[in-house]
Design a protein. Sequence first.
Length: 276
Amino acid sequence: MAQVTLADIQKLRKATSAGMMDCKKALEEAEGDFDKAVEIIRKRGQMVASKRADRTATEGVVLAKVSDNAKFGVIITLNCETDFVAKNAEFIALAQIIVDTALSQKPSDLEQLKAIVVDGRPIENHVMEKIGVTGEKMDLSYYGSITAEKVTAYIHPGNQVACIVGFNKSGLDEQVYKDIAMQVAAMNPVAVDKENVTKERIEKELEIGREQARLEGKPENMIDKIAEGKLNKFFKESTLLNQEFIKDNKKSVRQYLQSIDKDLNVTGFCRFSLKD
């Protein structure tokens, strides 16, 4: 058996974030071959992932970040099973590496993000290795990005909810942008405005309205009109620009934006919450 030194163990631990004893055992099994030891750690992570495939990973962190010029923003979600692991510094550090990589590399989708190589290994392998270390199921489950004249990110304390919001104008008071990002995080709109709601969602809301009206015993010739009224209420409550502004409910978000700058508008947003 090849002699395993403390320096070897520390090197493997730095490369994989595995525990000291796990690194020692992997190096012994690999007879001192560093690359083989890394692969052993990785495979152990895959084994844990396979065994825990039926478990739910509903805890984790949601992080968002924007570029230095504030014209591009990203949001990622890294899931785990328990709140204990979600608050672990090394788990959060991995999520930070992922969001930083997404910001610099600008992948087009989640699968492309998972495939980006960091420190010689794809991001999805880093996640797999962390599974081997913690014994918990983990999943890089969400990635979104926005490009706009101005992008603002907001992370609610606790890393459970985050969003990025794009605007058509920059150079205004940063609090204005933050207020809208906080609105998105708190009120969970389905779209920027009613014309951005999908036809499928509109038809679903109309059908719900019709069924509710029938259950209330409304006349059949009034059903469609009542459903349209309920749809308009849905637009008011669930589309960002038509929602009541959380800091002044006498105004809609649209009215608030126009009070700051008549041409200011939201171009898009991405939001993720672990608790919705």
